[in-house]
Design a protein around this ligand. Structure first.
Ligand code: G6P
Length: 613
């Protein structure tokens, strides 16, 4: 999705902003641009295509001298990804420049209004409406802060805006509603960004801008105002992400690096919360009485976070005995199920800024439910607005295809499940102890599973030229199939689908084509269900499929002879086995995409964080 960077400091702005734009590339984009302010004039360069084109056009920024500027990577929403629609946009009067993330929903009405006032437009974007609206108010008040506040009041929808005014060459202004925007407070230089990963190598002191607030940045400081222009003070939070974590560190792709980081990320998410055999969730001040009163849990999330929610659902129902449903946040927000004060809504999100998940959280709260969030980004909207929040400690995840965030979501999900089970009295002391012991050993077991790298690479070489691949599983293995399928399709562009294995006979089995030996990945790690899975594998095999089975050293024997290929993880505590079994599925997708020559970290059409509906 779109990325914003803004700089106000003593150094040359353009080269610094180009560096940040390169760090934003992973989010997915189709055009990029820069504007700098110098000698009371604005200088603009923008282009469809990669940041490298912008870097070449400006000789790595050398052709754009100036100490204050804005940069943007655009993921097209309104209008084609071409030069004219790329950001920044300059107002008709030429005084104001703007970069924008989000969607201004009433832009047609505002465009009509501004056209009536004599403004002309050179792009199809809603952003040009924003910049001209600010210009309109600036022409009347000659006060840029007031103009931004007035324009913000008239805009509906979501926006994060970086604003330059040529009359104030040392000043950068920012405001936001719903779309994320953070301020980086440096030494003699200050930044705005929609994604902290873009500036983490330059400062760790981050102020998260809240809706309607306006920030004024100069080299020597940051001022914060409310939407009514009252002065505010807020201390910066220190983001303790490892700087190296936002760099590739010798790996060919962020995705592979992040797969390999999983033992450490899971350890960080689990170990501080397990003390002397007890799960201690200090951050969660949920009263026991409330926990006992919960009659229903909904998990609302998007994409991979949703699939982590499916694992959590199976565990919550089996271990904590709470009826749980997983609903895509985009569905939940507009089709609210009956909820009341005994309903807990769990929102899972890596970024904490996904538009649909934010909306689902707000709807849930408005209708009387309590919200627990599981989020990776400290200070993000979802972390801040939910009733209770638990951080996953994956560190920055750069690859669009989520891996270590998913693993930490699973890990925090296990903690929540066991904690709830203990308070609700649905787990015996012995079972609790066994489970906690298994959780303590989990990071090492994940590390061991990563040794499957070579085997998976070999299997990928056998299947990479397939046009269609299906995943089947039951229970937790079905939850894993959903994520294995998601990983494969998003980075390799192979058509793939995941099905609950029992549903095969009701439709999907028609897709098996003996002529091409359609590959079916049978996820069969669950001892209780292995006989059923073997039957399903036999069913597809006898219709001509080639079966690749993901098994454990316990279930392998039953599946041998049915599957052409086996990939074996160690058997583990049933509830936590997904944390091991997901590793070969991630590596399988990675190596298939590699063999197919795909742009693994930046898959086509996808965005890392989807901040618009
Ligand atoms: C995008 C990303 C996915 C991610 C989903 C939810 O689609 O490409 O990897 O799972 O958003 O994002 P969130 O930040 O809420 O976990």
């Amino acid at each position: 999705m779109c990325g914003i960077i803004g700089y106000a400091g003593k150094n040359e702005a353009a080269p610094i902003m180009l560096d940040s734009l390169r760090r934003l590339e992973y989010r997915g984009y189709d055009s990029a641009g820069l504007v700098v302010s110098r000698d009371k004039k604005l200088y603009l360069t923008k282009s469809a295509g990669y940041v490298q084109i912008l870097a070449d056009l400006t000789e790595e920024g050398a052709q754009m001298p100036g100490h204050v500027g804005l940069g943007h990577t655009r993921w097209a929403t309104h209008g084609q990804p071409n030069d004219a629609n790329a950001h920044p946009h300059i107002s008709d009067g030429g005084t104001i420049a703007v970069v924008h993330n989000g969607i201004i929903e009433n832009y047609r009405k505002l465009r009509e209004f501004l056209t009536g006032k004599g403004f002309t437009f050179s792009s199809e974007t809603d952003t040009e409406v924003a910049v001209n609206l600010i210009q309109y108010y600036y022409d009347r008040s000659h006060d840029i802060l007031r103009a931004v506040a007035d324009a913000a009041r008239r805009m509906e929808g979501s926006y994060a805006l970086g604003i330059l005014c040529e009359d104030l060459p040392d000043t950068l202004i920012a405001t936001k509603r719903e779309s994320p925007l953070s301020i980086g407070a440096g030494d003699g230089e200050n930044y705005i960004t929609s994604d902290v990963a873009a500036i983490i190598t330059r400062t760790r002191n981050i102020i998260t801008l809240r809706d309607y607030e306006i920030a004024v940045l100069r080299a020597d400081g940051v001022e914060l105002y409310s939407g009514e222009l009252d002065r505010l003070t807020r201390k910066a939070e220190v983001v303790d992400w490892d700087v190296a974590a936002a760099e590739k560190g010798g790996y060919p792709h962020f995705m592979l690096k992040e797969i390999m980081e999983q033992p450490e990320s899971v350890r960080r998410s689990l170990s501080p919360r397990i003390r002397d055999g007890e799960i201690i969730l200090d951050e969660l001040e949920i009263p026991d009485d409330y926990l006992k009163s919960i009659s229903k849990i909904y998990i609302a999330a998007c994409g991979t976070a949703d699939f982590a929610g499916v694992v959590m659902k199976y565990n919550l129902e089996r271990i904590a005995r709470v009826p749980t449903e997983v609903v895509f946040a985009s569905e939940f927000r507009y089709n609210l199920p009956p909820i009341d004060e005994t309903t807990l809504v769990i929102c899972i999100s890596q970024s904490g800024t996904t538009a649909d998940t934010i909306a689902a959280m707000r709807e849930a709260k408005k209708n009387g439910a309590r919200v627990l969030s599981i989020v990776n980004v400290v200070g993000s909207v979802i972390a801040e607005e939910s009733d209770w929040s638990l951080l996953t400690l994956a560190g920055p995840e750069i690859s669009v295809a989520s891996t270590k965030a998913y693993s930490t979501q699973l890990a925090v999900g296990y903690l929540v499940t066991l904690y709830f089970a203990k308070v609700r009295g649905t787990v015996t002391p012995d079972a609790y102890k066994t489970a906690v012991d298994a959780l303590v050993r989990l990071p090492d077991a994940i590390e061991e599973t990563l040794k499957l790298q070579e085997t998976t690479q070999y299997l990928a070489s056998r299947y990479f030229s397939s046009n269609d691949i299906y995943f089947i599983g039951r229970g937790l293995d079905y939850a894993l199939s959903l994520e294995g399928d998601q990983k494969l399709k998003e980075i390799s562009y192979i058509h793939s689908e995941a099905y609950a294995a029992g549903e095969l006979k009701h439709g999907p089995i028609a897709l098996i084509d003996a002529a091409v030996k359609t590959p079916v990945v049978a996820v069969a790690t669950n001892k209780r269900l292995i006989d059923k899975m073997v039957s399903n594998a036999v069913e597809v095999k006898s219709r001509g499929a080639s079966v690749l089975a993901l098994v454990t050293d316990v279930t392998a024997e039953t599946m041998r002879g049915v599957a052409e290929d086996l990939i074996t993880v160690s058997d583990y505590e049933e509830a936590f086995l997904p944390s091991l079994a997901i590793i070969p599925l991630q590596l399988f997708a990675y190596y298939i995409a590699l063999q197919r020559g795909c742009d693994i970290d930046k898959p086509r059409n996808l965005a890392k964080s989807v901040t618009v509906e």
